[in-house]
Write a protein that binds this ligand. Structure first.
Ligand code: MSP
Length: 497
């Protein structure tokens, strides 16, 4: 049964150059989008860039550029990097897009009408890196716990959002599962945070000029987080006259984020939506953070992984595969550069690459490149059936490495069939079993090809072309029609040294 799906990534601050942290979340969202599309679902995949706020303005000034010049250059870099990584989004939203700006104003006017905004004096410690306030208690040695820099003291007249009025409703919806927060530890973290109390927050800035003018008070701009979150609904035209896309996709929203921005997504965002009379997001999945070679990624340590360099070495598919198989999605983990080559050779060159070329070479040699007549045995069909159930479950819970593990196991099973049945001996003895064995090996390959589509789209295309199947849509008949002429397979994953 086909389903409607909406998946989003955070919109990344456009002051940074795309690094592997951004690529990590965006690849994960792309894998899901491709998976659902291959299953016939109606999918909308959104990503984009966060372009307003003090941080972006300061970075542009430091680079000696006008803000518009600066953001346009950086935005293109994100888009190019995504192209190299095979990210196929349905929409790329930039928060300087006039439609987003217009809708943000309409959203805030609605909050005003609904009495969810008041004016007040603000004094607080602000970290520009986070674009967020901290309390003294939250600082570590007087510095921001994320950026390690001293926050600035800010005092100004602001508009505030009455978060406190909506917290009980948000909490109720988290508890009854209307808003699903995953993994479970993040749900508990959110509930614990709410129990401690989260203060109302100011949604305007007096001194930041690079932003959307605040409705009714053009001397202030809209606080960057208060408008950035709205991208998830403005991209669908929630506050435009035609709301069709919003009405179709929004009830199915899944926000994939890093754990660093959980509070904004799991508490602020649902509250803002409720205040505007809209429903909160259905599901929020916060993944963990990774270190590189045991250390936090930082320019000074020289361990910032560049997605483009990774693609040069491992290809698009290799990069996608390596990033998602370092540690289970959801937890924290370490990305070990030293192990990339080893893993690439073991899982890709010797794994899927070798299996596909081996099977096709045997069909060419023993069956003139034609699919033989015969039925795969029950044991093989059962293995595929079990793998399918496990794979589907793993994908639904975003356990990408778990899904890929079922594929690795299936390939190992295929290899064991070759080793025990020895097709070359069956051919020598003119044994009728040969056709059955070849059909079994091909059936396994067809199933695996459909299932690697989300992770390794280029590889799936190549194997699909050799097998004569359209990988964009999984045809759940894995055995290929007898007599079909198979095509030669180009090399998939050359071994690296
Ligand atoms: N602009 C805000 C998000 C607004 S969403 C409405 C922002 N941008 S960011 O550029 O700082 O991106 C943060 C996101 O980048 C994280 O939530 C995570 O998805 C990703 N990551 C950045 N570094 C990462 C790691 N070292 N490890 C894993 N993910 C990382 O916050």
């Amino acid at each position: 049964m086909s389903q409607t799906r909406y998946v989003t990534t955070p919109i990344y601050y456009v002051n940074d150059r795309p690094h592997i942290g951004h690529a990590y979340t965006t690849i994960a969202a792309d894998v899901l989008a491709r998976w659902w599309r291959s299953q016939g679902d109606d999918v909308f995949f959104l990503t984009g860039t966060d372009e307003h706020g003090a941080k972006v303005a300061e970075s542009a000034a430091a680079a000696g550029k006008t803000v518009t010049e600066f953001i346009a250059e950086h935005r293109v870099e994100f888009q190019r990097s995504y192209e190299r990584l095979g990210i196929r989004y349905d929409k790329f939203i930039a928060t300087t897009d006039p439609s987003h700006e217009r809708q943000v104003v309409a959203f805030l006017e609605k909050l005003k009408r609904n009495d969810a905004i008041y004016e007040g004096e603000y004094r607080g410690l602000y970290c520009v890196g986070c674009e967020d306030f901290y309390t003294e208690k939250e600082l570590i040695d007087g510095c921001c716990p994320v950026h390690g820099t001293a926050p600035e003291e800010i005092k100004e007249r602001n508009f505030f959002f009455k978060l406190s009025s909506f917290l009980p409703d948000v909490e109720r919806r988290i508890r009854n599962g209307e808003i699903q927060i995953e993994p479970k530890a993040r749900r508990n973290e959110t509930l614990a945070l709410m129990k401690q109390g989260i203060p109302d927050f100011s949604i305007s800035r007096e001194k930041v000029t690079w932003g959307i003018p605040f409705p009714g008070d053009p001397k202030q701009t809209v606080y960057v987080w208060a408008e950035a979150l709205q991208n998830y609904i403005t991209a669908l035209g929630a506050l435009e006259p035609d709301r069709t896309q919003f009405e179709t996709f929004w009830p199915h929203a899944l926000h994939i984020i890093g754990k660093d921005i959980l509070k904004f997504h799991a508490v602020w965002w649902p509250a803002l939506l409720l205040a505007a009379g809209e429903r909160p997001p259905q599901r929020i999945f916060a993944h963990g953070f990774f270190t590189v070679d045991g250390k936090k990624m930082s320019k000074s340590l020289g361990n910032v992984l560049n997605p483009n360099t990774m693609v040069e070495t491992f290809g698009m598919d290799g990069t996608r595969y390596l990033l998602l198989t370092q540690f289970p999605f959801g937890g924290d983990g370490d990305v070990q550069r030293e192990r990339f080559v080893e893993k690439y050779n073991a899982d890709l060159a010797n794994g899927i690459g070798n299996y596909a070329s081996r099977v096709l070479a045997m069909v060419q040699k023993y069956s003139g490149s034609e699919v033989p007549t015969g039925d795969a045995g029950a044991a093989v069909m059962k293995k595929i059936g079990t793998a399918k159930v496990r794979f589907d479950e793993a994908m639904e819970s975003l356990q990408f490495d778990g899904a890929l593990k079922t594929i690795r196991e299936l390939l190992a099973f295929g290899d064991s069939i070759v080793d025990t049945k020895k097709p070359w001996e069956l051919a020598k003895n003119k044994n009728e079993q040969l056709s059955v064995v070849l059909v079994e090996l091909l059936t396994l390959l067809t199933f695996v090809t459909y299932r690697i589509v989300p992770f390794m789209p280029e590889t799936a295309e190549k194997i699909g072309a050799a097998l004569g199947i359209d990988v964009s849509h999984e045809d759940k008949q894995w055995p290929l029609p007898p007599g079909r002429a198979l095509q030669p397979l180009p090399p998939l994953f050359p071994r690296l040294t």
